[in-house]
Ligand binder design. Structure first.
Ligand code: URA
Length: 223
């Protein structure tokens, strides 16, 4: 991990746990937070996560001339980027990516747990034809059991994306989900803003945030 925590690994990149980041989390995790606060804070965290994800991709030297006649020895991303949103919660992260990387293509995957088999089932996938030539930021705010992430990574690999070109971007990650991804796909990098304590018996993260999609899109039951 790029920042020290107990679950330190090479593949997990935890955002620096600054007081500002913790304040954003505090606003979102508060069960009494109204939706506007939740959405605003989520957007600010998404921007940090996406920037950290892009930082893991390869860059190449790229010089430009400044208006005062000097050369700035800059860099630019070497390869094209594709953001893949795991619907529905991952859709909330799309804007952060297109703001940071306007040329990024956006794919969508909808996977839901089959009520009978309890296994993740693919309902929809639309990816750019050239996805195999791109680096992919796989966007889902919640990495809980890892079942959905594993199914989504399988789809990307089927379409020819190399494992090492996939960065999974999450707001909250459970140790169980991280372990599941690392066990099957050791070369997939994970960027997260928090590693939670564990999952509860209903596969919600603790201390957690509740149902991200419901809180973000305002479909949570009225208390
Ligand atoms: N999905 C969520 O929205 N929240 C969790 O805690 C786990 C999965």
């Amino acid at each position: 991990m790029t920042h020290a925590t107990e679950a330190a690994t090479e593949t997990v990149h935890l955002l620096p746990q600054t007081r500002h980041l913790r304040a954003l989390h505090t606003g979102m995790r508060d069960r009494d937070a109204d939706r506007a606060v939740f959405v605003r804070n989520a957007g600010r965290i998404h921007r940090r996560l996406v920037e950290a994800g892009l930082e893991l991709l390869p860059f190449e030297p790229y010089d430009v001339q400044t208006p005062v006649g000097r050369t700035y020895r800059g860099v630019r991303l070497t390869s094209q980027v594709c953001g893949v949103c795991i619907a529905r919660a991952g859709d909330s992260m799309e804007t952060a990516l297109t703001e940071a990387a306007p040329s990024a293509r956006i794919g969508k995957i909808l996977i839901q747990r089959d009520p009978v088999t309890k296994l993740p089932r693919l309902y929809y996938a639309k990816l750019p034809d050239d996805v195999a030539q791109r680096h992919v930021l796989l966007l889902d705010p919640m990495l809980a059991t890892g079942g959905t992430a594993l199914a989504a990574i399988d789809i990307l690999l089927d379409r020819g994306v190399p494992e090492a070109h996939i960065v999974l971007v999450n707001v909250l990650s459970a140790p169980e989900g991280i372990a599941a991804v690392r066990k099957r796909f050791a070369r997939v990098r994970i960027v997260t803003s928090s590693i939670e304590e564990r999952l509860n018996e209903n596969a919600y993260m603790l201390p957690g945030i509740g149902d991200f999609g419901d809180r973000y899109f305002g479909t949570d039951p009225v208390r």
